[in-house]
Ligand binder design. Structure first.
Ligand code: NIG
Ligand code: FE
Length: 411
């Protein structure tokens, strides 16, 4: 079955080849073809170019006059499996409590863990499926989902099985990350090494045995996991062939970036607080910085990831939602782009590149999705009538995705 989208006002993110994550000046260049066609055969992109070269016929033809076509967003960092929302903590923060204070008294991640532990797998799946459907409607066409609200062998495995089922059911690629070290369960606060033993000697072997995770993650942060603990977990993960994608530098700079680099981490995520030494270390590594601007926005944290500094240092930043019940109850990538432009001073072109090509590299899928390139997965979205690329992050409250095409099928 073939699908031809024609009379496209602008076909965005077209590439002959995608050699690696985009950085420096290249990050600011977003190649597009005006008045274009896109031909999809089966689930792959077969051809594209100016309308004058359109084949004109196909199994199905869509007219996209006045509309733009983008490759689907690649959301490389989410926690979209969770059991309950946490708006009571949102109100606590309005009344003056901080995220750290809420966590210290057993709220936050531990609150989510209690709720998840008592929720049956089937219910978790149903709720997460609804969220996944929602974000697909927002234009997301590949996603990473983390565990980390289980915090026991049984519940971490339960979460990872839900993620695996989501991947089997979903029309988009789903990558799974094991985040057993998300918070320290209350009962191990005085015996941290016992919980680390469970992660490395009980959870990891089972997870690896069942092939339930693609990556391993740790929340490296004051009052969560130290650098030393992070390294122990990354080392154990590496023994099972799991590359690292870690949460670090969300509130403090304490050496998490350097530790991640020592273990050849695929990405370091958050980076609200970063110093020059860390930027220099990242420059010498292949580890990608993934920025999550909706998290400090939602927490109203004064620290924002220094995107300009990172980009000007030649680093290939990616953007993701961090969709989770505590710090970003939203999986809307277009809003992430808006904040990246408004608060991080990224240009619209940089933001689109960071949310597509670079997002795909943050999931080791840069050769398969995130761009309009021959042979790439035909996951794209068609916008509503729109004057320019910049209009997308500019019109931050509008839903500009009109139609979603996944694996060459119109949804
Ligand atoms: O990426 N910071 C750690 N993890 C999540 C928040 C988790 C939560 O509050 O439930 C994040 O922001
Ligand atoms: Fe996160």
């Amino acid at each position: 079955m073939s699908l031809l989208i024609q009379h496209i006002k602008s076909l965005v993110q077209v590439r002959e080849t995608v050699k690696g994550p985009l950085k420096g000046k290249d990050l600011g260049v977003l190649p597009a073809i005006e008045h274009a066609y896109l031909l999809i055969e089966g689930d792959r992109i077969a051809a594209f170019g100016p309308m004058s070269e359109s084949p004109g016929r196909a199994g199905k033809v869509i007219d996209a006059t006045d509309r733009m076509v983008f490759p689907s967003w690649v959301d490389s960092h989410t926690h979209l499996v969770f059991a309950a929302s946490r708006e009571a903590e949102f109100v606590d923060r309005i009344n003056g409590l901080s995220y750290a204070e809420i966590a210290q008294r057993g709220g936050g991640i531990l609150n989510s863990a209690r709720r998840l532990q008592e929720t049956p797998e089937a219910v978790l799946l149903e709720q997460a499926w609804a969220r996944l459907q929602e974000v697909i409607g927002f234009g997301t066409g590949a996603i990473e989902i983390k565990s980390g609200y289980g915090l026991t062998s049984e519940s971490e495995l339960k979460m990872l099985r839900v993620i695996r089922k989501l991947g089997e059911m979903a029309p988009i690629p789903v990558k799974a990350t094991f985040l057993g070290a998300h918070a320290m369960p209350l009962k191990y606060r005085e015996n941290r090494s016992e919980y680390l033993r469970q992660i490395t000697q009980e959870m990891l072997p089972q997870i690896a045995g069942e092939g339930l995770a693609d990556y391993i993650d740790v929340f490296c942060e004051k009052n969560f996991y130290s650098v030393e603990e992070t390294e122990r977990i990354l080392e154990a993960g590496a023994r099972y062939g799991l590359k690292a994608k870690i949460h670090t530098n969300q509130f403090h700079s304490m050496g998490g970036i350097q530790a991640a680099i020592r273990y050849n981490a695929l990405s370091v995520d958050h980076l609200e607080v970063v110093n020059e030494t860390e930027i220099a270390a990242l420059r010498k590594s292949k580890t990608l910085p993934v920025l999550l601007p909706t998290a400090p926005f939602f927490l109203n944290d004064e620290h924002r990831p220094p995107a300009r500094k990172l980009i000007d240092a030649g680093l290939p930043v990616a953007l993701a939602t961090d969709f989770n019940p505590g710090t970003t109850p939203s999986g809307r990538m277009s809003f992430v782009l808006s904040l990246a432009c408004i608060q991080l001073r990224m240009t619209p072109e940089e933001a689109v590149n960071a949310a597509t090509v670079n997002g795909a590299f943050a999931l080791e899928m840069g050769d398969a999705c995130g761009a309009i390139a021959k042979g790439y997965l035909a996951n794209v979205f068609i916008t509503k009538p729109m004057p320019s690329v910049a209009y997308l992050p500019y019109a931050f409250g509008s839903d500009l995705v009109e139609r979603v095409v996944l694996n060459g099928q119109v949804h």
